[in-house]
Design a binder for this molecule. Structure first.
Ligand SMILES: [Zn+2]
Length: 188
């Protein structure tokens, strides 16, 4: 399947593109970017397997990344599930979300992280990157097994809305995080 997205405001900072133009997508990959200022008026490509999308007045950009979302699953599925949260994110142009560990149970053990990743693999249209808890139950008393959490797929650590207040614990957490080469994301 091919998509011809035309007349959109194309913004791609990584490639230093900011222009009005067309984007051709073939088999899930961008294969052509046309700058209308250079090309002038261009005719739509033909073929049965192509969908033409008029993006006049809209922005065409690489997928956004949200570093701080609350998916609420497991534990508070009446508020949000991994499926509903990631669908909403996709609708808003996000192709990756990093989910905070303030679920119930918290993402403080490898099993819980694997469970979130497995549900996301089956139900999410976008990438879900879990953030592990710094401390067990986010209680600020005892560090999680941070290496195991990274192995299970955590890309960062945070106790989210209950930031670590014990400086000694935080110092240990920062040392381990540096060793594991993952960031700690702390609420102020
Ligand atoms: Zn938060």
């Amino acid at each position: 399947m091919r998509y011809f997205i035309k007349n959109g405001s194309i913004i791609d900072p990584a490639r230093r593109i900011a222009t009005v133009g067309n984007v051709l997508v073939e088999d899930g990959r961008v294969t052509q970017v046309d700058d209308l200022a250079e090309l002038g008026v261009q005719h739509d490509p033909g073929g049965d397997d192509i969908e033409i999308i008029n993006a006049r007045g809209a922005v065409i950009a690489p997928g956004f990344v949200d570093l701080h979302v609350h998916l609420r699953e497991p534990g508070e599925e009446h508020k949000e599930t991994i499926a509903t949260g990631t669908l909403a994110a996709a609708r808003g142009g996000f192709t990756t979300v990093c989910c905070m560990p303030n679920t119930r149970p918290a993402l403080d053990r490898a099993g819980a992280v694997r469970q979130v990743r497995e549900i996301a693999r089956r139900q999410s249209p976008i990438r879900v990157e879990p953030i592990g808890a710094v401390s067990l139950e986010r209680a600020g008393k005892e560090l999680t097994e941070m290496a195991e959490l990274v192995e299970a797929g955590c890309v960062a650590f945070s106790d989210d809305g209950s930031p670590v207040s014990d400086p000694a614990l935080m110092r240990h957490a920062l040392s381990y995080a540096a060793m594991l080469e993952v960031p700690i994301m702390s609420h102020c």
